[in-house]
Structures are given as structure tokens and as C-alpha cells.
Design a protein around this ligand. Structure first.
Ligand SMILES: Nc1ncnc2c1ncn2[C@@H]1O[C@H](COP(=O)(O)OP(=O)(O)OP(=O)(O)O)[C@@H](O)[C@H]1O
Ligand SMILES: [Mg+2]
Length: 305
């Protein structure tokens, strides 16, 4: 799992939070008001990225003229078969890859021209761990918090609070990370990304490979983030139930192209109305990609990071 992050953000990088509306509807996930005013948390405009894997190989268009907008406070999911371009898009947003064409902005900061400001506003959690494996979860978190400039006492308190919320038993907090399961390590990675109060959290398959219990813990934690923190989440997943549960809006990337976007309920209603199919995300996926979630576009691609 890799965490991409840079030291504490400057307050000048971030626009002030817009005031909450006083006549906002009840804070249910469905009715939660999104903060549509001001700069989008993430703006992606006509973005393309091509790879040429080898001299004799064909150019692959991993991301093909994609445009989307994610509002502050929103959980936005990207679905798609293997090789659809999800990780490439996440890596473009995180400045790990450069764009071929188009424009990406994070809170109004252009990823190409203003890379440092963007790095201060994002955290990426993906599949390969980048930890101090001899240190415990607690030590890893406190270390990260100190690195981000939190005072020691606050760092310790935050680390304890977040680890407890993730369902990691107190008795395990001091064990070296290398002795822990991958599920546990994934939870610590997310905890570490959250500890530093990222504004745009990029989660590339955060629950893939976790056991059912750990998966539920991590999902509950993402829901909690959505309700109680000033975090915006861009999430990829192969788990349609997870997407349904967590995401305010979804997009499907198919062969690099964004083929459909909407709230889970909108998409389910559309597939029923327009295609006479059961109102499920399985039908939605089938309709707009022409395949079931288990079919691969590109079996060779397992780079994931
Ligand atoms: N560094 C790279 N060099 C060459 N080709 C790449 C590279 N990274 C990705 N690709 C290709 O770009 C396409 C999209 O890959 P990407 O990893 O973004 O898909 P994905 O939707 O994340 O897939 P998965 O669900 O398997 O994680 C694939 O065809 C892949 O082989
Ligand atoms: Mg991927």
C-alpha cells in the first residue's frame, strides 16, 4: 500500500468552508447537502493518458477524454472492469503521472502548474504498503502525525482514537506491523492517510482482499469520514454493494471512457425505466459496459499501484 502525501497543508491552499445552510434537510446519506459552491474538490476536464508498454506493443489509451466534477464533502466512486483506467485516473489526480491532454484541478489548483499545493491537499491509499514494518500501528500513526506537524500529545490522542474506531484492538496496537495481516495493514494505511486530515482522499480499491469483518470496518470508517470530517473521497472498487453503500455518485470507466455517471439510485432507476432490468448496480454495470463485473478487459494488467 502506498501513501502519497506531503507535509501539513497551508491554510492558504484551501478555500474557506462555505457556511452550512440553516434550512438543510436532515443529514441522511441520501439527503446530505453537497457543497456545490466555490471550487470543486476535483475537476477533471477532457483528460487523456496513453501508454506505450514496449517498442513493439500498441499504444494503450488508459484514460480517454474523461471529464468529471467532484464536490467538496462528496464520496465519488469509480467502477470498471480490470484495465478500465481507474488506477491511472487516480494516479493522474495524485500527480504520480502526467497528463497527455486535458486539465485536472484539486480545489482550484492545477495539478501540472501547482503540483506542490495539490500534493498538500491529497492522500492516496493503494494496494502496496509503504510502512515502517518494524514499528507498530500506533508508532506509525504517531510518526506520521508528528511529520505533519501535530503536537505530540494531539498526535497520540488522534492515533488512539482513529485506531479504536477502525476496530483494531488495544492489545494489538503495539505489535510490529510486519506481524499483522494484510487487512490490518490496510486499515492502518487508511488510518494514517486520514490522520493528516486530507481534503481529497484517493482510495484505490481500499477493501480489496480484506476479510469480511475488516471490510465492514473500513467501510464504516469511510461512512464516518463522510459524515463527520471535511473530507472528499474518490474511491475505486470492484464491489458493487460497497459502491451502493458508500458513494454519493458513481461513474463507470470502460476502456478508459466515462460511459455513465449518477447517484446509485438514479442509475438503478434509469436501468429499470430504460431497459426494463432489475434496479440493481449489477444491471447498471452490465448495461453500460456490456459485461459482468467478473470479466476482465486486460488480464495482464495487475500493476494496481
Ligand atoms: N505504467 C503503465 N504502462 C503501460 N500500460 C499501463 C500502465 N499503467 C496502466 N497501463 C494500462 O492502462 C490500462 C488501464 O489500467 P489501470 O491500471 O488504470 O486500470 P484499472 O481500471 O485500475 O484496472 P484494475 O481494476 O485491474 O485495477 C490497462 O490497459 C493497463 O495495462
Ligand atoms: Mg486499478
Amino acid at each position: 500500500m502506498t501513501i502519497t502525501s506531503t507535509p501539513r497543508r497551508l491554510s492558504s491552499d484551501l478555500p474557506p468552508r462555505p457556511p452550512e445552510s440553516t434550512d438543510a434537510p436532515a443529514e441522511t446519506p441520501a439527503a446530505r447537502p453537497l457543497r456545490a459552491d466555490g471550487a470543486a474538490a476535483l475537476l477533471v476536464e477532457h483528460v487523456s493518458k496513453r501508454f506505450k508498454p514496449g517498442r513493439k506493443k500498441k499504444v494503450v489509451t488508459a484514460v480517454d477524454d474523461v471529464s468529471l466534477r467532484v464536490e467538496r464533502g462528496e464520496v465519488y466512486g469509480i467502477l470498471g472492469a480490470n484495465g478500465g483506467g481507474k488506477s491511472t485516473l487516480i494516479r493522474l489526480v495524485s500527480t504520480l503521472l502526467t497528463l497527455d491532454s486535458g486539465r485536472i484541478e484539486v480545489f482550484g489548483h492545477d495539478v501540472t502548474r501547482d503540483e506542490m499545493a495539490v500534493k498538500r491537499l491529497i492522500n492516496r491509499v493503494s494496494v502496496d504498503a509503504a510502512f515502517f514494518k518494524k514499528l507498530s500501528p500506533y508508532e506509525n500513526l504517531v510518526y506520521a502525525a508528528r511529520l505533519y506537524g501535530l503536537p505530540a500529545r494531539d498526535a497520540r490522542r488522534e492515533a488512539e482514537r482513529i485506531l479504536a474506531r477502525l476496530g483494531i484492538a488495544r492489545t494489538r496496537l503495539g505489535e510490529p506491523l510486519e506481524q499483522m495481516s494484510r487487512g490490518m495493514q490496510q486499515k492502518v494505511a487508511i488510518a494514517r492517510a486520514i490522520l493528516t486530515s486530507p481534503t481529497l482522499l484517493l482510495l484505490d480499491e481500499p477493501t480489496t482482499g480484506l476479510d469480511p469483518r475488516s471490510k465492514l470496518d473500513v467501510q464504516a470508517f469511510i461512512e464516518d469520514l463522510r459524515e463527520h470530517h471535511d473530507a472528499t473521497v474518490l474511491l475505486t472498487t470492484h464491489d458493487l454493494a460497497e459502491a451502493d453503500r458508500l458513494c454519493d455518485r458513481l461513474a463507470i470507466l470502460d476502456r478508459g471512457q466515462l460511459v455513465v455517471e449518477g447517484t446509485p439510485d438514479e442509475l438503478k432507476a434509469r436501468v429499470q425505466r430504460e431497459h426494463g432490468l432489475p434496479p440493481t448496480l449489477d444491471s447498471v454495470f452490465m448495461t453500460w459496459t456490456g459485461r459482468s463485473l467478473d470479466d476482465d478487459i486486460d488480464d495482464d494488467d495487475k500493476d494496481g499501484a
